[in-house]
Design a protein around this ligand. Sequence first.
Ligand SMILES: NC(=O)c1ccc[n+]([C@@H]2O[C@H](COP(=O)([O-])OP(=O)(O)OC[C@H]3O[C@@H](n4cnc5c(N)ncnc54)[C@H](O)[C@@H]3O)[C@@H](O)[C@H]2O)c1
Length: 221
Amino acid sequence: MSTIRVAVAGAAGRMGQTVCDAVAGADDMELVARVDPALDTTLAQALSERPDVLVDFTVPTTAVANTREAVAAGVHVVIGTTGFDPGELSDLSDAKANIFIAPNFAIGAVLMMQFAAAAARHMRKAEIIELHHDSKVDAPSGTAARTASLMSDELGDVPIHSVRLPGLVAHQEVIFGDVGQTLTIRHDSTDRTSFMPGVLLAIRRVSALAESPTVGLEQLL
Ligand SMILES: NC(=O)c1ccc[n+]([C@@H]2O[C@H](COP(=O)([O-])OP(=O)(O)OC[C@H]3O[C@@H](n4cnc5c(N)ncnc54)[C@H](O)[C@@H]3O)[C@@H](O)[C@H]2O)c1
């Protein structure tokens, strides 16, 4: 089994640090670079380490710029950063490296989105409440936006409410209402390790995607 060489952008951040630990602990991966202004390291330095895959958990404009630079260098990219439109990268569909984007890498959150899309076919109205730690920069969350888009064929524009409080990690409720009843579907990430199996799966699969960019962890399951 060959080792996948991985660079992480946003390596000093909350998610980036957790990804670095997960990659370092994976038998089939080698962590070759940690990119972050807070570590005084640049993407150009990381690309000179010849990674196979760049994982990006930064901020929206940086994620788009990093992806363009990495793909131009033939490096596949796994993007966890939220708050940008994946359509911004659609012109890279014929590039020499692949792009995988997931607004949420937690399996429970993917199931929550699928259950919500199924319930949207049967219930009359729905609203989404997403709750995150108070350092999160974007609102609504990428997960909430993705959930709403999966429900939009049935229910049109689904309202999203964003809560930002210390003590929270990443949580979402989808509340459906119909005559005389409500249905609530809720997912809670209580720790950032919840995202790591999904991130490692994406790192293993990004080089062999049938289509690029591919959006959503469900495409790999
Ligand atoms: N897809 C998912 O499952 C998932 C889960 C949680 C968070 N997120 C998203 O991940 C992103 C990061 O979240 P976080 O909580 O780790 O944020 P954070 O603020 O803790 O970390 C972001 C890091 O990016 C670094 N950064 C900024 N510009 C950079 C650049 N040019 N190159 C390299 N690094 C740069 C910052 O210095 C910081 O260390 C957010 O967009 C968040 O919404 C996604």
